[in-house]
Design a protein around this ligand. Structure first.
Ligand code: ATP
Length: 250
């Protein structure tokens, strides 16, 4: 039977089934299954070393799972061509230090197929979001750590991808800007962008549609913040995180 457009639209944007990843004899991810819908904001929460970044790398196709199946936008991962359909912000910044922010943005924009006025307009728009407009011409080598995080986020947003995958996007960003970046993310989510991010910040987790709790290589719970609190009889997401086997909050 031919697949019609409605059927494609109804499929989860991300589907993980029995995903396992080991390094040597250590099993880091053990049978992870999860579906994420279009326009959903999913937060991955877990103690340091619980496998959040490992899972993010499998979802983006940078790494390959040992067993299981990962489908992103209907395509089995890893698939190189998918990189232009996602916005990925890694935990460590992948920037050209000797170039200016603008040159970095132009370089990545062209990789994503943007050019001319459209590229110019997108550069202005994303630098406004991360409040770096004044520093567009500055070499990245002269940026602070927090500014580099913000520039990395700007690059991930540049081509208005259908899916945003952000590994600790707000680390090193001050509280005021963090809030305004969250407003932007929620706005993008409301216009249909699917967002998957990792965080250690509990009030950020509270703003996600659903939270996936990672512990010992397994997803110990996936639910809305409210449901996680209710289920664990906790007043805050921090208490729920600990009660549901998330370990010590960071
Ligand atoms: N390429 C690799 N080779 C060997 N071990 C690895 C590799 N990548 C990750 N690990 C190990 O896998 C475990 C999970 O790492 P990962 O970076 O996914 O954790 P995390 O939950 O993102 O941690 P954090 O919150 O500190 O960023 C760690 O014990 C790490 O040392």
């Amino acid at each position: 039977m031919a697949t019609d457009v409605t059927t494609i639209h109804d499929q989860p944007v991300l589907s993980l089934a029995g995903v396992t990843r080991s390094f040597g004899s250590r099993t880091i991810l053990d049978g992870i299954s999860l579906d994420v819908d279009r326009g959903e904001l999913l937060g991955l929460l877990g103690p340091s070393g619980s496998g959040k970044t490992t899972l993010i790398k499998l979802i983006t196709g940078i790494d390959r799972c040992d067993t299981g199946d990962i489908k992103l936008l209907g395509e089995r991962m890893p698939k190189l061509a998918m990189l232009s359909r996602i916005g990925y912000m890694a935990q460590s910044d992948a920037l050209y230090n000797e170039l200016s922010a603008k040159q970095n943005l132009r370089f990545f924009g062209k990789l994503y197929g943007l050019q001319g006025e459209r590229l110019q307009a997108r550069i202005q728009a994303v630098m406004r979001i991360v409040d770096l407009t004044e520093h567009l011409g500055k070499p990245v080598a002269a940026y602070s750590g927090g500014m580099k995080r913000r520039l990395s986020l700007a690059i991930a947003l540049l081509h208005e991808p259908e899916v945003l995958i952000l590994d600790e996007p707000t680390v090193g960003i001050d509280p005021v800007l963090r809030l305004s970046i969250w407003e932007e993310l929620l706005g993008m989510r409301d216009s249909g962008t699917t967002i998957i991010l990792t965080t250690h910040v509990m009030d950020e987790a509270d703003r996600c549609d659903r939270i996936g709790l990672l512990r010992g290589g397994r997803l110990t719970a996936v639910d809305t913040p409210e449901a996680l609190k209710r289920r664990s009889g906790s007043a805050t997401i921090e208490e729920a995180f600990i009660a549901l086997g998330g370990g010590e909050a960071q």
